[in-house]
Design a protein around this ligand. Structure first.
Ligand SMILES: Cc1cc2nc3c(=O)[nH]c(=O)nc-3n(C[C@H](O)[C@H](O)[C@H](O)COP(=O)(O)OP(=O)(O)OC[C@H]3O[C@@H](n4cnc5c(N)ncnc54)[C@H](O)[C@@H]3O)c2cc1C
Length: 368
């Protein structure tokens, strides 16, 4: 299952994350967006001796590929006749690793301020978790906007979000071992997690508003067979109304339908109602925008604000192609242009990667 693969990768490779609220991180380039383009930006910047901090509103890196189509094969990445979207993200993270990026995940960039003249860095970014990043240049690789889960209109949701009993994705499958789970939603994520968590949970209930799922037929058939055998609770057609508990711990999920209300015993509520995307605060930074896109100079990917660049789906210029490969090229160009800001006194001496090598790679000239 792609979600599990993703989490195993993220745990195994230990994304470097700062979790101290208010901590100030200084870097050369702050990249907004850990989609494929932002991730490749870590490599492109690293090859030019520039450090990066990458910020994303999602808990996982990967942008649209991880959030929307992790298991789909992609056929137009040069050198890969076919590659699963999530595998491409895993590879991009591996490619970025030698340059030790800092990832600030699960936090949206909220404000961008210019630091006073004479400061060693030029920009101050603040995130929704009060992380602060001082950077010499900014690359916005924010795709179609900040992704976040669609929160259902359920009473007392915020109370049990705060107690850690409400989940919009599964960070650690083991955390649900022996627990009573109510899973809501009608798509692949809800059905896949019923399949996976039934193996370890004390009890699983699936709640959906209609008796039809947008998920693989084989999985839906299996889920219904388990329900018929009494192995899971198939709570259909019902919607989730309210969460119950003592305010410190969830004890039940109230569901409603025309036939009346029921309270399902629950330790955790897992809601899979899809993701929304919003440009958010970026729209207020004075950038030259066309709806949700930033106009850039196609030669450098520079925006109208000196020191701020844009690449990937969010960048716009005549002839723009909304393709991953176009984004890779754009962020490479943005890094070359940003080099002059990060290292104003050092001339850029470009070397091919085959000549320069990558830190730590065996046989690489840069191995030491
Ligand atoms: C179903 C589907 C299939 C596709 N198939 C292909 C294909 O076969 N080939 C191809 O080339 N392209 C394909 N695409 C398009 C491709 O996915 C995009 O071109 C690509 O994802 C763009 O990458 P990106 O890094 O620019 O943006 P994204 O992948 O959108 O990533 C941007 C990231 O920035 C984050 N972000 C945005 N704003 C903020 C903020 N303020 N603070 C913090 N984080 C923020 C978002 O949460 C997101 O994770 C497909 C798209 C879809 C939906």
């Amino acid at each position: 299952m792609a979600d599990v693969v993703r989490l195993i990768f993220n745990n195994k490779h230990g994304l470097h994350m700062s979790t101290t609220p208010g901590a100030i991180l200084t870097t050369d380039i702050a990249i907004i967006g850990a989609g494929p383009v932002g991730l490749f930006g870590v490599f492109a910047a690293g090859m030019l001796n520039m450090k990066t901090v990458v910020i994303d509103s999602l808990e996982l890196a990967g942008g649209q590929l991880t959030a929307l189509y992790p298991e789909k094969p992609v056929f137009d990445i040069p050198g890969h006749p076919s590659i699963e979207a999530q595998e491409l993200i895993v590879n991009l993270q591996k490619q970025a690793e030698p340059f030790h990026p800092v990832y600030l995940l699960d936090q949206q960039v909220m404000t961008l301020e210019k630091l006073p003249d004479g400061a060693s860095h030029y920009w101050k970014l603040t995130t929704s978790k009060n992380s602060i990043v001082h950077a010499r240049a900014i690359i916005i690789a924010a795709g179609v906007g900040a992704f976040g889960p669609n929160r259902p209109p359920v009473e007392k949701l915020d109370i049990y979000e705060a107690t850690g009993n409400v989940h919009y994705l599964v960070k650690k499958r083991e955390a649900f071992r022996g627990k009573k789970l109510v899973i809501a939603g009608g798509g692949d994520s809800a059905v896949d997690w019923v399949m996976s968590l039934k193996e370890i949970a004390a009890r699983v209930a699936i709640v959906h508003r209609r008796d039809g799922f947008r998920a693989a037929d084989a999985n839906v058939d299996k889920m219904r067979a388990w329900a018929a055998a009494g192995e899971i609770d198939y709570v259909v057609p019902y919607t989730v109304k309210s969460l119950h508990g003592d305010g410190a711990r969830l004890s039940g999920v109230e569901v409603e339908s025309k036939s009346g209300n029921r309270i399902l015993e629950a330790d955790h509520f897992l809601a899979f109602y899809g993701l929304s995307n919003k440009l958010g605060p970026i729209a207020e930074w004075g950038l030259d925008l066309d709806k949700k896109h930033i106009h850039v100079d196609p030669a450098t990917c520079a925006s109208n604000i000196p020191g701020i660049f844009a690449a990937g789906d969010i960048a716009l210029y005549p002839g723009k192609l909304h393709l991953i490969l176009a984004g890779f090229c754009e962020i490479e160009m943005a890094c070359h242009a940003a080099y002059k800001i990060v290292h104003p006194d050092v001339e850029l001496k470009f070397e091919y990667s085959s000549a320069k090598g990558v830190p730590g790679s065996p046989g690489s000239p840069a191995a030491d």
